[in-house]
Design a protein around this ligand. Sequence first.
Ligand code: PNS
Length: 166
Amino acid sequence: MMNKRIAICPGSFDCITLGHLDIITRAAAMFDEIIVVAMNNQDKKYTFTSKERIDMIKKSTAGIKNVTVDLYDGLLADYAAKKHASAIIKGLRAMSDFEYEFQMALANKKLNPQVETLFLTTSTENMYLSSSMVKQIAVMGGDVSDFVPPVILDDILKKLSPKAKK
Ligand code: PNS
């Protein structure tokens, strides 16, 4: 039997958005198995705990058969080797994403030459979407229901909405 083609969708996922879910869904159609892994970006301070971040990913991807969810606190290149992944999948929105993503892809290639980074173009409706935008709107009491998977809307509002009973 041919080896399973495994790809990793890494990110902060603080919180997962419809933009992430679109990339994960499209990646799942191209590989046998997708591992969505919540990792730590040293430059970011997270709003949601690791457990909250992966719980929201699990709920959002529950309908996609070949997706599993994990948490890893270490180098992505090492994680990819550990999982025998052939690809790392990233979504690209505007040119502003490019420089940073390109640098990471080159660093990951140096650290683990076995794994390729593939970029999927964002769908136009998600062009402007980001986790930080979702959080900003939710904190100010705005409606984020068009930006996140419906199954995690309550989790986000409970944590961030000024109207939520704490
Ligand atoms: O969603 P983000 O914040 O753009 O994701 C960035 C992330 C978490 C994928 C990146 O920071 C990462 O890979 N972190 C793990 C540690 C690592 O391997 N750092 C070196 C990357 S070259």
